[in-house]
Write a protein that binds this ligand. Sequence first.
Ligand code: HEM
Length: 409
Amino acid sequence: MTEHEPRDDLARTDPRYGRPRPDPAMPTVHPDWDPRGTQVQVDPRRAYDQMRRSCPVAMGSSGAWTFFKHADVRAAALDDDTFSSAVSAHLQVPNGMDGAEHTRFRRLIDSYLDHQQMVALAPTITTVATRIAAGLHVPGPIDAVELGSTFAVQAQSAWLGWPAELQDELVSWVAENHAASRALDRERMAAVAQWFDRIITSVVTARRELGDAAPLDVTTELIRDRSLGRELTDAEITSILRNWTGGDLGSMALCTGVLLTYLADHRDLQLRVRSGVSDTELDAIIDEVLRIDSPFTANRRVTTRHTVVGGRPIGPGERVFLNWTAANRDPDAFGDPDEFDPDGNAAHNLVYGIGRHVCPGRELATMELRALLRAVLAVTEAILPDTARTRRRGRPPVGGYESAPLLLR
Ligand code: HEM
């Protein structure tokens, strides 16, 4: 599961969407695996590789299916009539929406993240990255996930126009969000979600109070947006901002951990990037490293009708996880999944999803990651693995690394 979504397992039959209830005539399916089992906790990526080989369409002990194969994940993401995104009882704009409702909100969201806006934003993000890199102690140790978290908070705050005073609180929030997810503690996860909503409400309320004097930035623009023919409700604004920040701060931190660790472990690639690559080449390198070790594990769907996937009958109203991490390592799509081949693998890369819910933040995320990589490379001669400290893998639903100690020289 990703962090884009509140973690509830409610509403398998949300009446708003008229989804069918599970078919009582369907035979009971016994679990094939435990998505929280020991092997998955130790190294989720390897465990998913193993599942893809042994049981590519698997019923989990929580009663949800997981698709591990590239072809099945891709087909389900493209078939949004059969695999609905209305998985939650909570409003989720736009990721919990289907059909025409999704299209309307998605158009609005895309307008904030289009190419022109990203080109205009790039210098601001580069300034943030350069400032953070200048503050690093070189030579010295870092944790790449922590560095990513600090950068993500400052970059997203710069984009949205959020006050600097909030940044420490947001960094603490990212850490607590990951910890609560890993602990699988529902009360703690609910508290962390409410904490984030309070942060967003404080920002929105301050803008509303300022009225015409509110700063002209993305947050104010969203509050005043009338492209749907009306103003957005507070719940819609909160949901959109939660999606743009709550989930993506964590994802950006994890992506930074994976990228810097990969460069530390692959000196040839690091030297190649240091010797000067174009933005296009660097973006392709970033995409390919994230394909090999995709920290954004899975998204949920719920079936709307009978279907058969990988030979297994699935009834209506069944919960499904599309496992991007496993799909991105499927030898049927990529040959040797660990072979680094940005050009050869780009067409099948599913790091940012596919279909109507494909990530609208892809260009923003890539631009931010590129800016941070360039800034860190500029203040160092080498990024090295730190063998004295323990590198720890992220545990589901969080991928990548929980802690990624590296040495800067
Ligand atoms: C850091 C790297 C990121 C990764 C790996 C990532 C990955 C993804 C994936 C796989 C999806 C598809 C979800 C699905 O099919 O259910 C998605 C959707 C989405 N992403 Fe990202 N994302 C990233 C960053 C961002 C950023 C920076 C933003 C915005 C600021 C963003 C906003 C969204 C939104 C709003 C959706 C839902 C789209 C919809 O339902 O139509 N993401 N993302």
